[in-house]
Write a protein that binds this ligand. Sequence first.
Ligand code: SAH
Ligand code: SF4
Length: 429
Amino acid sequence: MNVHESEKIAGILCAKGYVECKNVEDADVIVYNTCCVRENAEQHAFGNIGMIKKLKKSKPDLVVAVCGCMTQQKQVAENIASTFPFVDIVIGTFNMDKFGELLDEKLLTKKRILRVLESNGEICENITPMRTSFPNAWVNIMYGCNNFCSYCIVPYVRGRERSRKAENVLKEVRDLVENGYKEITLLGQNVNSYGKDLDDGSSFAYLINEIAKIEGKFRLRFMSNHPKDITEEVVRAIANNEHACKAIHLPVQSGSNAMLSLMNRKYTREQYLQEVEMIRNIIPDCAITTDIIVGFPTETEEDFQDTVSLVEKVGYDGAFTFVYSPREGTVASKMQEQVPADVKKDRIMRLVDLQNERNRVDSLKYVGKTVEILVEDFDKKKNAYMGRDERGRMAYFEFGQNLVGKFVDVTITSTGGMSLLGKVVKVID
Ligand code: SAH
Ligand code: SF4
């Protein structure tokens, strides 16, 4: 999501005539787009901003700006402004679309701008992002979040749910397909609740069904489906849409009912497992991936074992695992019994090992099979092209000409840990 936001900031700069430069020393404007969802991202941001001090000293006209969800927290914005006096512009998430005007203001007045606003509920439709990940493209279908999971800062820094009008989303998807993009990922904190704030009958299922009518060969993905809201209607829409990857990202966060309740996730382990069953009944070979937090306040070894057993039961195709980090202002950060750092570390290592082993074994099942891969990039280190199958599994293969953006059939000959190695047997498109 943040990467796509950076593409929009780059788009704003591009529209003003700026061009991308390869070396930071050559830049006239440097923008740090920050994330505060987890603490380590925040620390990285502080470290990176600090590193630019020297450059700014030797190049006083350089404009340094910091934006994103970290700076949406007023106290953090003030902290950045006072820690880094060389930063010229500090803005939050809700006036990011005004970055161009703020840059003009800075250049004209030479004055420092520290402006963090509250949401006015508006959605900006007139930014053309400078896309950097061809053949993949991200498309926001909504912004904000209403869920207030107790550990999460997103609702505080991104405001309430705001859905884009379906016609705008559909136009963007159509244009991307016409321009050769081959994989479109629809973005929202809870894509299932898309349209609920629009009162025009739009829903996530409607959106998927409309995208099904768009001609051309491309893949459709979504991020994220909140388990409390995923419905049979949505899963059937995915099943019936030939563009939609048979892959669902369904973040569980924990396998323990006690933790799920404290996290305010609004589903139980049992309900989650029923949803997995429902998905697999409708789409038998559907890949399911997830997000998991370990070390949430009061998490015992038994709670953690509930997560382990759920991971084993579901047999995920992939899991993003996170050590819980307290975020100021959230309900969980005020909970007394925080889990010690070494316990959290031990648990995440056990979980990562478990999932890696599952992915390794799963990869072996591919050997001898031919899978359709969308070629995403050329990996210089491996001297091979890389791409993913519909389920999201990564594959590497050599080829004599540029394949980026093409669908190819690859026969898998061996595995490299979790990834697949193979030979191109057919270039499809
Ligand atoms: N809206 C999505 C998640 C967006 S944030 C959803 O509900 O599924 C991406 C992931 O970051 C979350 O799924 C969660 O696993 C993780 N995360 C969020 N806040 C966190 C925190 N305070 N500590 C650790 N991980 C966190
Ligand atoms: Fe955060 Fe929960 Fe909203 Fe996801 S659904 S963004 S985890 S509050």
